[in-house]
Design a protein around this ligand. Structure first.
Ligand code: UDP
Ligand code: MG
Length: 323
């Protein structure tokens, strides 16, 4: 089995050397144990770094045949950098593992990921069982986000980031998703491949500092919800219907008050118009939202299905198809 390890790097000159040493050492051990073939490799993706990251990747490539690199023209962000790496190795591996180059994820989980792949899983997720290395604020924000996501019906794996293994077949399915607002943690479970999980104990960065600014984190969180759930739009429509019902009660109340109390002239018409127009506005926005939700799904042009096996005479082929 030929393994490719894809690792995105953005201004990571402080960690690259150690990262390369530890990952190469791991590859050698796995080759010795005959878990992976000797042509397995690590692909570093330089995501438009401003420091010496690319220079270092070039020098690492010249010292080890297990290390390769690609450099992106500009900083496109973690998700796109991983996608660039995965699409580059798609035809040159049997499976790919994506891991951040700061080595916060548990390297010991990699061997288990390979075993789960050999058991027939196309996707193996690294699930964080301990996030003590993250700050309390980050941990709390993550928990709230995962809960919100699950309430909104997004199919994502709890406490899993982008440390995962994908088989070559899963990669070919993934290549059919052409969306720009990339949220791999949603797309990959959405593909529905046979999957397993392994435990990932998060540790502190080996050097440098987090490259995920609050802005980048919020953009990712927004993508994580809006790319997979139209529920916020349905909610507006539901609110419109709810307020229309309230308007009926207000109507009865206003008529009742009209016959029993002394009422200031103009109050009746004002009350009724405020509630009626308000609910109509919400309902109209909701209807427009329902259509926008449909258009949004259409423009993504996600594949309708993936064929797992194709029996053609004596042979069995595996293929991803796009309608
Ligand atoms: N990264 C990237 N592009 C970016 C930001 C981050 O390629 O625009 C990489 C970064 O070099 C690291 C990984 O994505 O390998 C995760 O980033 P980081 O460790 O800073 O995030 P955190 O673990 O703090 O959430
Ligand atoms: Mg990190």
């Amino acid at each position: 089995m030929r393994l490719a390890i894809v690792s995105p790097c953005y201004n990571e000159q402080e960690v690259l050397r150690e990262s390369a040493e530890r990952l190469t050492e791991l590859l050698r051990t796995l080759i010795q144990k005959q878990k992976i073939s000797s042509d397995s490799y690590i692909l570093y993706v330089n995501d438009g770094s401003k420091d010496d990251t690319w220079k270092m990747i070039k020098s690492l490539c010249s010292t080890s045949h297990h290390i390769k690199g690609i450099s992106l023209v500009d900083n496109v962000g973690h998700q796109c950098a991983i996608m660039a790496g995965m699409m580059t190795v798609k035809k040159e591996c049997d499976a790919v593992i994506t891991i951040d180059c700061d080595l916060q994820d548990d390297l010991n989980a990699i061997e288990e990921m390979i075993d789960r792949y050999k058991d027939g899983n196309d996707v193996v997720y690294g699930v964080k069982i301990s996030r003590k290395a993250d700050s309390l604020a980050k941990r709390s924000m993550a928990v709230c986000f995962y809960k919100l996501q699950s309430h909104l019906g997004v199919k994502a794996v709890y406490n899993h980031a982008d440390f995962r293994l994908l088989s070559n077949r899963a990669l070919s399915y993934l290549s059919l998703y052409q969306e720009r607002n990339l949220y791999l943690r949603g797309i990959i479970p959405f593909m529905g491949c046979k999957s397993a999980t392994v435990n990932d104990v998060l540790s502190k960065r080996v050097g440098g500092h987090s490259k995920y600014t609050l802005k980048k984190m919020l953009t990712l969180a927004t993508d994580g919800i809006t790319s997979f759930s139209a529920r916020p739009l349905h909610f507006v429509f539901g609110l419109g219907v709810f307020f229309l019902f309230i308007t009926l009660f207000i109507f009865v109340y206003v008529l009742f008050s009209l016959s029993t109390h002394h009422i200031v002239p103009g109050w009746t018409s004002l009350m009724l118009s405020v509630w009626f127009i308000g609910s109509m506005v919400l309902l109209s926005i909701g209807i427009v939202g329902e259509y926008i939700g449909k258009i949004y799904i259409e423009v993504k042009q996600r594949p309708l299905y993936h064929i797992e096996e194709f029996l053609n005479g004596e042979e069995s082929e595996e293929k991803g198809w796009k309608k």
